[in-house]
Design a protein around this ligand. Sequence first.
Ligand code: C2E
Ligand code: CA
Ligand code: CA
Length: 614
Amino acid sequence: MITDTRPAIINVNPVFSEITGYSAEEVIGKNPNILRSNKQSQEFYANMWKSILETGHWQGEIWNRKKDGTLYAELLTISSVYDDEGKVQNYISLFSDITQLKYQQQALEQMAHFDVLTRLPNRTLFADRFHQAIARCKRNKSLLAIVFLDLDGFKPINDRYGHESGDKVLIEVAKRIKHAIRDEDTASRLGGDEFALLLTGIVSQDQCKQILSRIYQAISRPYSLDDQTLALGVSGGVTLYPLDDGDPDTLLRHADHAMYQAKMAGKNRYHFFDTGAVQQLAHKHRQLQNIEKAFEQQEFCLYFQPKIDMRNGRVFGAEALLRWRHPQKGMLQPAAFLPIIEGSHLECQVGQWVIETAIDQLDQWRQQGLTLEMSINISSRHLLDSDFITQFQEILSNYPTISPENVQLEILENSALGDLNLVNKVIKTLSETLHVSTALDDFGTGYSSLTHLRYLPVDTVKIDQGFVRDMLDDPNDFSIIEGVISLSQALHRQVIAEGVESSDHGLMLLMQGCYLAQGYGIARPMPAEELPQWLSEYRCPKQWIELANKPLSEHQAALEQLWLTDKHWLQRLKNCLLSSSNTLPDWPIMNYHLCHCGRWLKLAQIHGDFDPAN
Ligand code: C2E
Ligand code: CA
Ligand code: CA
């Protein structure tokens, strides 16, 4: 197209007519703005003319209108033609139709950033908007709600009415969500029947709830599909940035997590993510760092609690128990720090140190003429670590003078034991190759104690202190101990009771056939240096030795047990009645069906030698 400076068209070629639909006759003499589409702003044309006047040249893409009114895109170059004096004489416009290209480009963009089905932004664009929203939120100090929605009852619709119908429903849901939120918010489809929303400019949780209830109402309205009417619910999870301060992936995961809780709580509701939990996580991380530092600075040490044979009072071993000598808080028990390192890289490192230190102590005792069995606690993760056996063997080989038979590993009997086959193999290797013995610790507290006992070739069963502590009060605990003891005997395992807090506990255990014991009633855990002194002074209760030397008949034992438990019951009752403090000690069992004495009477009745009427 050639124009003069007015500008009026003075000539066009046949391709011009082909593209625009105007014949040459129709346009010659007219202003080229007959092609204008008004898709470009005034400013756009001003810039264009500025460039033409200053440089004599302009190139760009422009949307124009054909004779029949349809829009088309052209790639346009305008060049000025000058006369001899350098004055503009004509403008020559060369253009080609790039409409197809433009539409393809748009389609590609759409595909890259929008969900094909619902035309909502996809994950990629969502992430983009996320960053923008966070920046905006920082600028105007408002909150950003990240919402994860998952439809309830969508799958049955899909299954029952087919995918096409399912798609229709999804499109409708998307439309309703989009309608319920504001323009500056983003709704995106993450896939399937999952949607994510970004609600910006939130000032309170209440405001966020209002928007959510609007969205929920919109989604819950019935859907008409062909001649059916369908209902859908939605479960949602919400987290609020920056109260929950993390990268987009984390925030979305938190919202997802809260959504899962909403599902668990019965669907068709939403949950806010508990940011307290996040802070707890951060707190735990700091604690772990402190513990790591303490470990490096050698603030950990071992205490030792004696294990004795109640039949003769002989001390045959000790259990190594971890302590943290905290510079400010004093001596800390494992409960204060072991749960924190559980599952971290420190778990095995600390475990390794415990083994080394305990074995070194065993060697020092040996040099002092003390032969003891050392019990060492090991976590199941450490036990199942692939390097564990080699490392353990190496430690043992550094101490050729101690006999590995004097080393016992205590494995916690709980549900976290892991792969039983593997545990079984490790225990076998320990016993057959390393000649080290093993014990099942806290026995009876796991979910499948019988299975463990059946499949794990441990040498010793350690009855959990909870049962032992309460055996004098609670006939159930008493019976469990009886069961564990006879089971262990049947399977040729040794039994040791922990938590023996008084000589009466010891007597009861002895009468039941368990003679190895450990507990505050014998000694509290102590530093290694104090053990020789304690050993030289310790005398066990003489009733234990007497009982061991003069076993009771079944009847005598039953009577003795009744006597011990009743004495204990009465003592507790007295403690309660005479207590002057505000917090009463626990009452003994007051239901005569459930206490030791009641059980005893009941048994006597069954056996026929007792008539309650008398
Ligand atoms: P555990 O192996 O069952 O150890 C016995 C715990 O009961 C010890 O607590 C001990 O002080 C306490 N105890 C002993 N006799 C009595 C008693 O008569 N009455 C009462 N109420 N308690 C008694 P501690 O030292 O606080 O250890 C707690 C747990 O921490 C241990 O339970 C063990 O599971 C774990 N642990 C301790 N040291 C280590 C270690 O070096 N490695 C690993 N993996 N775990 C350890
Ligand atoms: Ca133990
Ligand atoms: Ca234990």
